[in-house]
Design a protein around this ligand. Structure first.
Ligand code: IPD
Ligand code: CA
Ligand code: CA
Ligand code: CA
Length: 281
């Protein structure tokens, strides 16, 4: 039996409905959140809307699938070590939902309209459903393993550029100012002269969705978590692109240093990072 449909319930339909519902609610709270709290550092922020979104998503999913496991960013102690451990605790679950209730919290706080809800379902440690919803543009990106990827019902495919010099690339400037930030800055320094341009728009999940639909040629970021990447990685794979870690190893749930591209510039991007030593920290 296919892992996406059990007992007649489509996991993908639940993921889509849940992401859209949470996303609409988040949007209704734009400019109206009450509190901004610090998590791991003064750059790592959370609002009651992040927590409310995660609660809504967890409740909706658990109502449908009470036996499934759930990993959401706001249910985990802040910081890289605790995040990695939290994944290890549930990694072997048969069905695991991996959720970022708002990816791009800083953008949400400032009213910069580039944030998303990211929901992935892993079956025996492998992502089989990925949904990313962008409330600002009302865009819904959906992938099912082996069945392709779609944005609002239209099949997606990655872009055609075959050289780094023709590529529009994105990355992120993570909250971890000591480890991940300098590594990504080194990468920017090394790659900026080689690419057409670089964007740093503040939602890793949405950047990955943009690689999948061909608006970006590639994306890399060092120091992410499973919930930033899982849905977007499947979107790219199902759109004909390639996803590895910064050393070129195939994507798994444990990967924190990610490269996702149209495939054609993957090697060149990876080599550019490797040459500069900007593959991790
Ligand atoms: C962050 C965003 C940002 C990236 C950070 C992430 P959050 O997620 O994806 O673009 O640079 O590394 O932590 O905290 O807004 O969910
Ligand atoms: Ca966060
Ligand atoms: Ca995130
Ligand atoms: Ca988040």
């Amino acid at each position: 039996q296919e892992p996406y449909v059990v007992g007649g319930k489509s996991f993908t339909a639940v993921a889509i409905n849940t992401a859209a519902k949470a996303g609409q609610w988040i949007k209704s709270r734009l400019g109206a959140h009450n509190s901004v709290d610090m998590k791991y550092s003064s750059h790592d922020l959370v609002t009651e809307v992040d927590k409310g979104s995660e609660k809504m998503i967890r409740n909706l999913i658990m109502t449908h699938f009470p036996n499934h496991s759930f990993l959401g960013e706001e249910g985990v102690e802040p910081g890289p070590a605790a995040s990695a451990q939290a994944l290890q605790n549930v990694r072997d679950a048969e069905y695991l939902w991996i959720v970022d209730p708002i990816d791009g919290t800083t953008n949400f706080i400032h009213g910069f309209p580039f944030y998303s809800v990211s929901i992935a379902l892993a079956y025996q440690g492998e992502v089989v459903v990925g949904v990313i919803y962008d409330p600002s543009r009302d865009e819904l990106f959906v992938a099912e393993k082996g069945k392709g990827a779609y944005v609002h019902g239209q099949k997606m495919s990655v872009s055609a550029e075959s050289k780094l010099s023709d590529s529009l690339i994105a990355t992120g400037l993570p909250a971890d100012r000591l480890g991940a930030l300098p590594a990504n800055l080194s990468g920017i320094q090394a790659l900026a002269p080689k690419v057409r341009n670089i964007r740093v728009a503040g939602s890793a999940a949405l950047h990955l969705a943009y690689v999948a639909c061909g608006r970006l040629t590639g994306f890399w970021e060092i120091g992410l978590n499973s919930w930033d990447i899982a849905a977007g990685a499947l979107l790219i794979q199902e759109s004909g692109g390639q996803v590895t870690d910064t050393e070129g190893k195939p994507y798994t749930l444990d990967v924190r240093n990610i490269i996702g591209t149209n495939g054609r510039v993957h090697q060149e991007l990876q080599q550019g990072l490797a040459d500069s030593g900007a593959t991790g920290f």
